[in-house]
Design a protein around this ligand. Structure first.
Ligand SMILES: [Zn+2]
Length: 63
């Protein structure tokens, strides 16, 4: 099942192309030293180019 997502900015609806999904991380500056930084999967809206956050990607714990 293919789902469309809606851009928050321009209300454009578009399909998620997994080749276009990228990992982004939140730059929290110095506080990231203690709390780590959140990593998200995001895709750019093809209409207005804004970044749409899809879901949070939690960092993998290395065993
Ligand atoms: Zn848009």
């Amino acid at each position: 099942m293919i789902k469309k997502i809606k851009c928050n900015i321009c209300n454009n609806r578009f399909y998620i192309d997994k080749n276009q999904v990228k990992e982004v991380s939140e730059n929290k500056g110095l506080s990231s030293l203690t709390t780590g930084s959140n990593v998200y999967n995001a895709i750019d809206c093809p209409n207005c180019g804004c970044q749409k956050i899809l879901w949070t990607r939690l960092p993998e714990v290395k065993k």
